[in-house]
Design a protein around this ligand. Structure first.
Ligand code: GLN
Length: 556
């Protein structure tokens, strides 16, 4: 059962997907939090995958891992970044999860001989999940984003569950539709008809939206606001204009101009009326949109480059955002350049990397572009360009060091070459059985684990502490049999699991390289606008130094 007085805001898309429902949801969350409410944000993904972990990032964007280890949609990353708060596994659900629970229960005779139907059984399971997310978090308000667009086959049961929740708790549930208003080139004016139709479609489910967020290239004028209000039976001031803006982090500030949060509070009869305190957020937005700050050029050498820039920024979303947060704190502007690792295998000279202030190799899987990445890492090491390796980027940094400095000829990761003479990176012991039995879903080393940081290292100087907690997603690890040899050759393992068995951070000492560091974990997942990640900040500080010295040598 729902907690008494708990409030629910459902966010549903109209017209087309990909217009910023996730950011709208995150922004509402931030605004209500800043008014003193405890908020949890919930993402519903209507697909049949049990979690996002088995999907290719070029298909679905980055896989975002929670503390619990659940592999989720990138929207969960936006939620955590805006809320500046960790979310739990109850805050994410897919159709796959819902059906898996129901089918397992049915196989265990859990339905007492009944015929299991979409309605009521699937809908009831969804309702139960909405309510348990609310209960688990001890929050006052849940904002639940239903993936896809109204009219989709896949999300209908979720919308129906939301309808029933409202029926059961009339004053505690409100609906927000995020719609899109196109400006057809031939007409040159913003059209409201698709939005009117989307609202009607939602009405067909028995749901009337209380608010409409009007996304579009331009702000919504008062004439069209009025038109939508009358046509869709929504109060005029509940139609919120949400034009394209430079940074997604400005969206809450825009909503605040329309007093959106205040109206949500009123509609849901929430008790407190404190004005939103957005001082820290405003300061961050000013820093992140500062156009005159000096620019550092960062090369991201990766492999998910098949489908153009759009896919790229989605596949590496948290990495890009983590760079932005640290850059804003350092008052610099990052210019990110995408380098396809395969290019270095097809003849592009690695010396083209000389023009960057920092090189980053992000996480990844498989063989594509791997030798190109290793070449880029070797270049960063020998030319003393700041280097940051995330997960695969750390493993390959160690392979490169083994091959070229420790002189372990043919060194490789067993993920690519299981018969290598020097398996520097090997499959984790408990992963062997998963792989042998084809158990790939949700079986990696996932979620938050503690680590120990060694004194006097670059990592420790950045973190300013000796014990850290970081999020993981990998099956392979540095082979402990080589640790001593690699250390003798000059590599420092500055972070390890508390028992000293797993290598979590590798780096070169300050006197050998300005910044060459890799992490087995994913620091990008916990970087937040109001709490940039210390390792990203340390990397960008080193990049800023290189930028300054490159500029110095140019003017000399
Ligand atoms: N493929 C590597 C592993 O499984 C790295 C994973 C990653 O970068 N997330 O260990």
């Amino acid at each position: 059962m729902a907690k008494d007085g708990h409030k629910y805001i459902f966010v549903i898309g109209g017209v087309l997907s990909g217009v910023g429902k996730g950011i709208a949801t995150s922004s509402m969350g931030l605004l209500l939090k800043s008014k003193g409410f405890k908020v949890n944000l919930v993402k519903v993904d209507p697909y049949l995958n049990v979690d996002a972990g088995t999907m290719n990032p070029t298909e679905h964007g980055e896989v975002f891992v929670l503390n619990s280890g659940l592999e989720t949609d990138q929207d969960m990353g936006n939620y955590e970044r805006f809320l500046n708060r960790d979310l739990g596994p109850e805050d994410y659900m897919t159709s796959g999860m819902v059906y898996q629970t129901i089918i397992a229960r049915e196989r265990a005779l859990g339905y007492g001989g009944k015929c299991i139907e979409a309605i009521p059984h699937v809908r009831d399971e969804i309702l139960h999940r909405f309510e348990s997310a609310a209960a688990h978090n001890g929050s006052n308000v849940s904002i639940i984003e239903i993936g896809g667009t109204v009219g989709d086959f896949q999300n209908a049961l979720f919308i129906d569950a939301a309808r029933v929740l409202k029926m059961q708790h009339p004053g505690d549930v409100t609906f927000v539709m995020v719609s899109y208003l196109p400006v057809p080139g031939t007409l040159g004016e913003m059209k409201t008809k698709p939005t009117q139709n989307a609202v009607r479609q939602l009405n067909g489910y028995g749901v009337q939206p209380d608010f409409l967020i009007a996304r579009g290239n331009h702000p919504l004028d008062s004439k069209r606001k009025e038109k939508i209000a009358v046509a869709c039976s929504i109060q005029t001031d509940h139609v919120i204009s949400a034009p394209d803006i430079e940074s997604v982090y400005e969206v809450p500030l825009n909503f605040e101009k329309d007093k959106f949060a205040e109206m949500l509070v009123k509609t849901l009869a929430l008790p407190s009326r404190k004005n939103a305190d957005l001082t820290a957020w405003r300061k961050f937005v000013r820093a992140v949109t500062r156009t005159r700050a000096p620019e550092v050029a960062i090369a991201i050498v990766g492999k998910y480059f098949d489908s153009g820039d759009f896919v790229l920024s989605d596949a590496y979303l948290s990495v890009i955002e983590a760079i932005k947060f640290s850059a804003a704190a350092l008052r610099i502007r990052p210019r990110i350049h995408w380098i396809n690792a395969k290019d270095f295998e097809r003849g592009t000279a690695v010396s083209t990397l000389a023009k960057y202030d920092g090189i980053l190799v992000p996480g990844g899987f498989g063989e594509t572009g791997i030798e190109g990445k290793i070449k880029a890492i070797e270049y960063a090491r020998t030319k003393k360009i700041p280097y940051f390796g995330l997960c695969y980027g750390m493993q390959l940094m160690v392979v490169e060091y083994a091959r070229h400095v420790a002189e372990l000829i043919g060194a490789h990761t067993a993920e690519i070459d299981p018969k290598t003479t020097h398996p520097i990176v090997v499959v984790m012991e408990n992963q062997k059985e998963h792989i042998a039995r084809n158990r790939y879903g949700g079986s990696m080393r996932l979620g938050t684990y503690p680590a120990r940081v060694a004194k006097g290292t670059i990592a420790q100087a950045a973190y300013k502490k000796n014990r850290i907690d970081e999020r993981h997603r990998h099956r392979y690890e540095i082979n402990s049999a080589y640790v001593h040899e690699l250390e003798k050759a000059g590599l420092v393992f500055s972070g390890t699991s508390p028992d000293g068995v797993l290598m979590e951070i590798a780096e070169l000492p300050k006197n050998a390289h300005p910044f060459m560091l890799g992490t087995q974990f994913h620091p990008e997942l916990t970087a937040r606008p109001l709490a940039p990640h210390p390792l990203f900040t340390a990397f960008l500080k080193a990049a800023r130094l290189r930028m300054a010295s490159r500029q110095g040598s140019r003017t000399r």
